[in-house]
Design a protein around this ligand. Structure first.
Ligand code: SF4
Length: 294
């Protein structure tokens, strides 16, 4: 699962541009990210669970994600951690029965919460459940993430599903496996929030190295990854995520994923037309490095 792109040259201009984006979008843009919903809690146990649910539902427009996540968290008031600790599938599952959002039906959220409850009962926290399969010596988080996903899929699905939903169905959109080639966007996003620590990310899992993280591959990262020459790949997936991460590692080997939020925020804010517009390009923060600029 090692990546590698031998064609992308290290560039001081690109380094300056990426560091400039990181500084520019460090403060004041959290309201555009589902991490905001985990940060509404003070207790790290609540933050971890709220972040896991937020990452799982991070699909589509942010205002819709926010509404969907808040709907789930409202049923878990005042403490998501205490809610899952006491969760009884037959008694408490009904609160989520009518939930609908994108790929998810009510029973997908019921199952997600039931799986979180089982992780907490077995290991005490999602972190410890992850650490049980974590390898600190791997160059990237792929194998550890795969073990994490497989361990979750070994948990009981009843009474919400008689068996694990097939790949690409319902909650399996969240619990994808890197060994199947998936980019695992939402799981990598969750890991970024848990492992990194700065003005945005929570840093609740210091046992995991930031150098092992892999970029959450969303539409902005794919598009700007190509514009900035971070990847030469055509097909999105785990190998593209690794290649982009590997390129970013040349600019910060200990924390390559620190650029993720900045590039995504650039994607949300930049009015980049197709075909590109000369006037817009001249005022774009990545103009000097963009391979699509005119
Ligand atoms: S430089 Fe131009 S083409 Fe490149 S991202 Fe900015 S607006 Fe789009």
């Amino acid at each position: 699962m090692n990546s590698i792109n031998t064609n992308i040259e290290k560039s001081d201009t690109l380094h300056d541009t990426l560091d400039g984006l990181y500084r520019r979008y460090q403060n004041g843009y959290l309201s555009m990210d589902p991490l905001e919903l985990a940060r509404q809690y003070e207790d790290s146990k609540d933050q971890e669970i709220a972040a896991f649910i937020s990452a799982g539902l991070a699909i589509g427009r942010y205002d819709l994600i926010r509404r969907a996540v808040q709907m789930v968290l409202d049923c878990m008031k005042p403490s998501p951690y205490r809610f899952v600790q006491m969760f009884d599938p037959s008694r408490d599952g009904a609160a989520f029965r009518d939930f609908r959002y994108r790929f998810y039906q009510g029973r997908d959220i019921q199952l997600l919460i039931w799986w979180i409850a089982q992780m907490i009962r077995r290991a005490g926290s999602i972190k410890q459940f992850f650490l049980n399969g974590y390898s600190a010596s791997d160059s990237n988080i792929g194998f550890s993430l795969s073990r994490f996903v497989r361990s979750i899929l070994d948990l009981t699905t009843a009474p919400f599903y008689s068996e694990i939903p097939p790949r690409g169905v319902g909650i399996r959109h969240f619990l994808a496996d890197p060994l199947d080639g998936s980019g695992c966007k939402r799981l990598n996003l969750f890991l970024r929030w848990m492992v990194r620590k700065d003005a945005l990310d929570l840093g609740l899992w210091p046992e995991v190295s930031t150098s092992q993280l892999v970029i959450p591959l969303d539409t902005h990262i794919i598009r700007f990854g190509r514009y900035l020459g971070l990847t030469g790949r055509v097909s999105p997936g785990w190998n593209m995520a690794l290649e982009i991460t590997e390129t970013l590692r040349r600019f910060d080997a200990s924390d390559p994923v620190k650029y993720d939020f900045a590039i995504c925020t650039l994607g949300k804010l930049t009015d980049c037309s197709n075909p590109p517009d000369r006037i817009k390009c001249r005022t774009c923060p990545i103009f000097r490095c963009c391979r699509n600029a005119v």
